[in-house]
Design a protein around this ligand. Structure first.
Ligand SMILES: *Cc1c(COP(=O)(O)O)cnc(C)c1O
Length: 356
C-alpha cells in the first residue's frame, strides 16, 4: 500500500463544456500522480500534485536512448454514477512485462492500481458522462539519470496523467480503411514489439504518413522477417472472421498483447465461436476474400474498443470487406465490452474495478 501524499491545486481549471467534442489527448485534468525511483532506495515519495511541467536535465537518459514505457486505460462513469475501471490489473501486469524488457524497475501491481484509483478519485469531476465519453488514463515511466553513457538508468519517474476524451466514433461505429505495409517494419521477434513503449510508435510514423497520403487511416504491419504474416495495426490488434472462425495473429513476441484483444478472445470463446490464434498470411486473407469467405475484420484497442475495417489494401490489391458496413460480431463485441465498461451488463468475469 502506497502512502500517497496529496497536494491539491489552488487554481482548478474550468471543466470542458459537455457539448464541446473533446479531441483525444489535448486537455488534462487538475492533478497528476508522480513517484520517484532510485537504485538502493526503490520507488518512493508517491504524491498527487497539481498538473505541472516536469523539470529534467537535458542529459536525462530518456531523451537519448528511449528508456521509457507507457500504459493506457480509461475510467468510465456508469449510469448510476459509479466510476469504473476495466481490468486495471492487466495494465499493471503489462507494465511489469514491458519494464522487464526495457530494464526499468518493476512496480508492485497493487501500487499501480492504487495510484490510478486515487488520482481518478481526486479528479472524478473530470470524467465526462455523455454517451461514449470517458477519462483516459496515461501512466508512464521515464529514465532520468543525467548521463550520456548507455546503460539502464538508476533513477526514474513514474507519472500518471488524465485526459477527458469524447466518443471515438461520434456518428456511430465507422469502418476504417487500412493500408498493409510491405516496406517499413514496426517490430521483429526478439525486439521490443511486445513492450508498450514509444520506440514502437516512432518506428511506425513514416509508414503512417505514407498511408495517410494514400487516403488510408491506419497501417497494418506484417512480420519483420518474411513480410508475409499479419501482425497488428498501429495501436490496435486485429481480428478476422473467416467462414465462422475468429482468427487473430498469435502473440509471437513482436505483437503488443492487448487487453481488449484478450477480452474479445474470451467473449468469443464463451459464445461458442471457434477462435484461432496463429500465423495468418496476407495470401490467406486475399484468398478468403476472393472466395467470399471473409465475413468481418476489426481492430481492438482501449481507444475505440472495436474498430470495424471496411477495406484493406496490399500493394495493388484491394480487399473489400462485405459491403463496408459493420459486421454482426463486431457490433455484438462492441456492445458487450462497452456495456460491461459502463456497468450496464453485469460483471460476471471480474473485469470491473470500482473507484470509490
Ligand atoms: C496499447 C496497444 C494496443 C492495444 O492494447 P489494449 O490493451 O487493447 O488497449 C495494440 N497495439 C499497440 C502497439 C499498443 O500500443
Amino acid at each position: 500500500m502506497l502512502a500517497i501524499r496529496v497536494e491539491k491545486t489552488i487554481n482548478p481549471k474550468p471543466l470542458p463544456e459537455p457539448e464541446n467534442p473533446l479531441k483525444f489527448g489535448t486537455i488534462f485534468t487538475d492533478h497528476m500522480f508522480i513517484m520517484n525511483y532510485e537504485t538502493g532506495k526503490g520507488w518512493h515519495d508517491p504524491r498527487i500534485v497539481p498538473y505541472q511541467p516536469v523539470v529534467l536535465e537535458p542529459s536525462a537518459m530518456v531523451f537519448h536512448y528511449g528508456q521509457e514505457m507507457f500504459e493506457g486505460l480509461k475510467a468510465y462513469r456508469a449510469d448510476d454514477g459509479r466510476i469504473l475501471l476495466f481490468r486495471p490489473d492487466m495494465n499493471a501486469k503489462r507494465t511489469n512485462h514491458t519494464n522487464e524488457r526495457l530494464c526499468i524497475p518493476k512496480i508492485p501491481e497493487e501500487d499501480f492500481v492504487q495510484a490510478v484509483k486515487e488520482l481518478v478519485k481526486i479528479d472524478a469531476a473530470w470524467i465526462p458522462n455523455r454517451k461514449e465519453t470517458s477519462l483516459y488514463i496515461r501512466p508512464f515511466i521515464i529514465a532520468t539519470d543525467p548521463f550520456l553513457g548507455v546503460r539502464p538508468s538508476d533513477t526514474y519517474l513514474f507519472m500518471i496523467i488524465l485526459s477527458p476524451v469524447g466518443a471515438y466514433y461520434p456518428e456511430g461505429l465507422n469502418p476504417v480503411k487500412i493500408w498493409i505495409e510491405d516496406d517499413y517494419v514496426r517490430a521483429v521477434r526478439g525486439g521490443i514489439g511486445e513492450a508498450k513503449t514509444g520506440g514502437n510508435y516512432v518506428a511506425s510514423m513514416a509508414a503512417q504518413l505514407k498511408a495517410h497520403e494514400e487516403g488510408y487511416s491506419q497501417v497494418l504491419w506484417l512480420d519483420g522477417v518474411e513480410r508475409k504474416y499479419i501482425e497488428e495495426v498501429g495501436a490496435m490488434n486485429i481480428f478476422f472472421k473467416i467462414r465462422g472462425t475468429v482468427l487473430t495473429p498469435m502473440l509471437n513476441g513482436s505483437i503488443l498483447p492487448g487487453i481488449t484483444r484478450n477480452s474479445v478472445i474470451a467473449l468469443c470463446k464463451e459464445w461458442g465461436l471457434p477462435v484461432e490464434e496463429r500465423r495468418i498470411s496476407v495470401e490467406e486473407l486475399y484468398e478468403a476474400s476472393k472466395n467470399g469467405d471473409m465475413e468481418e475484420v476489426f481492430g481492438t484497442g482501449t481507444a475505440a474498443v472495436i474498430s470495424p475495417v471496411g477495406h484493406l489494401r496490399f500493394q495493388d490489391h484491394v480487399i473489400q470487406i462485405q459491403d463496408g458496413g459493420i459486421g454482426e460480431l463486431s457490433q455484438k463485441l462492441y456492445d458487450t465490452v462497452t456495456g460491461i465498461q459502463l456497468g450496464r451488463i453485469p460483471d460476471i468475469r471480474g473485469w470491473i474495478t470500482e473507484v470509490k
